[in-house]
Write a protein that binds this ligand. Structure first.
Ligand code: ASP
Ligand code: MG
Length: 406
């Protein structure tokens, strides 16, 4: 018999019918003799609805009150799921994050977990209860309710699995696992059996929305293997775990496409120390997330700096840069929208050569122009026109034969 942590996301508990299904699924595990800690999100759409209500009352609602408000979403689900389990004659007890012993720092709406004392959870498990814990929330040392950032229920599940030494951590979601590409973009994409933490992290940074990146980082740090699987089917999902040697056989594990990118180019920048520092300090002060950065070789002491941001940040970036352009003596700033980032990710890249060559050849054959390139040890990313993104993802997926091996 094993100790399971199961996490059900918002869509999996999005209606009374679905909560009943989840309860039946849990009941099966329970009746096989397993111990279960179940973490749930708010029913789908609820968190957004609550945020909307608050914004109708105040343009900048207090973050402390936002946490009190949003935590009710998950609190609703734990009670409903426990009631559904009772209807199946399964003993279940719901716990809020605070009751489950989750202590965080005081940064409301984006708190970090400091400590978990699972005494209550363990006590309830010993009495053969299913323990249903509200995801995404905790309390700070003074006892104020905190939340862990959007998508934070994943983090609750991984962190609980770590401290109670669960044998199995399952993240139930509305997709069947991690795919070699988004199947809506690349229809021949297939489910990946096993993937390393690092690959999933690179994919998350490249626009794949499978899991909250912080949760994957946490799982990596505490070596918690977990499975991402669907709550709508019984199919096995994708195991995410520490890298093992055989994983390197696969050169490229997945292709990600991130649309809605924008490019900012500062033209005619004096090529001397301190300029890039000035530009990016200003961008950082405005709390804008920069992705790729490229600087050209200089010509007559002048160079160009280009960086990409999500298109929603473009206006803010341009406003932030405006005063600095004349200050650093740059010629002009240009903005381009309608671009996308295409990335190939795989730990096998470390030990195989020719990945870049194959990627660029595939794109060239399809007539896709590469505007910017960036690499990490296990990723190559290119900026291309958004218009050709889908086609590019398909040809690259084909070129690396991602539809072929298991
Ligand atoms: N309910 C929260 C959100 O929508 C947390 C979660 O779902 O994981 O972000
Ligand atoms: Mg969610």
């Amino acid at each position: 018999m094993a100790l399971f942590v199961q996490k059900y996301g918002g869509t999996s508990v999005g209606s009374v019918e679905r909560i009943k299904k989840v309860a039946q699924h849990i009941a099966e595990f329970y009746r096989q003799g397993h111990d279960l800690v179940v973490v749930v999100s708010a029913m789908s759409g609820v968190t957004d609805q609550l945020l909307k209500l608050a914004s109708q009352l105040h343009p900048e609602p207090s973050e402390r009150e936002i946490d009190v408000l949003l935590s009710t979403g998950e609190q609703t689900t734990i009670a409903l799921l426990s009631i559904a389990l009772h209807a199946l004659k399964i003993p279940a007890v719901s716990l809020t994050g605070a009751q489950a012993g989750i202590i965080t720092d005081g940064r409301h709406t984006r708190a970090k977990i400091l400590n978990i004392s699972p005494k209550k959870i363990k006590e309830l498990l010993r009495l053969r209860n299913v323990v249903v814990v509200a995801g995404f929330q905790g309390q700070n040392i003074e006892g104020h309710i905190t939340t862990l950032g959007r998508g934070g229920s994943d983090l609750t599940a991984i962190a609980l699995a770590a401290v109670i030494h669960a044998q199995c951590c399952q993240i139930y979601t509305d997709v069947e696992g991690v795919f070699t590409a988004d199947p809506r973009i690349v229809p021949t994409a297939r489910k990946i059996k096993e993937i390393s933490y690092d690959e999933l992290l690179e994919m998350a940074a490249s626009g794949s929305k499978v899991m909250q990146a912080r949760s994957v980082e946490f799982a990596k740090k505490f070596k918690v293997p977990f499975e991402v699987r669907s709550s709508f089917t019984n199919a096995a999902g994708t195991i995410v775990k520490e890298e093992v040697h055989t994983m390197e056989k696969v050169v490229v594990r997945a292709v990600s496409l991130e649309p809605n990118q924008a490019k900012v180019t500062i033209l005619g920048v004096p090529d001397k120390p301190g300029i890039a520092a000035k530009v990016f300090s200003r961008i950082a002060e405005a709390e804008i997330n920069v992705d790729m950065i490229v600087q050209n070789i200089s010509d007559h002491g002048l160079t160009d700096i280009t960086f990409t941001v999500h298109k929603d940040w473009l206006k803010k970036a341009l406003v932030a840069l405006e005063p600095i352009v004349s200050e650093i003596g740059a010629r002009e700033v240009r903005a381009t929208e309608g671009i996308a980032k295409l990335s190939v990710v795989g730990i096998g890249m470390r030990s195989h050569s020719g990945v870049a060559a194959l990627l660029f050849s595939a794109l060239a054959e399809a007539g896709v122009n590469v505007q910017m390139i960036s690499t990490s040890e296990i990723k190559i990313a290119v900026i291309i026109d958004e218009e050709v993104g889908k086609k590019a993802a398909q040809v690259v997926h084909d070129a690396f034969k991602l539809d072929q091996f298991v």
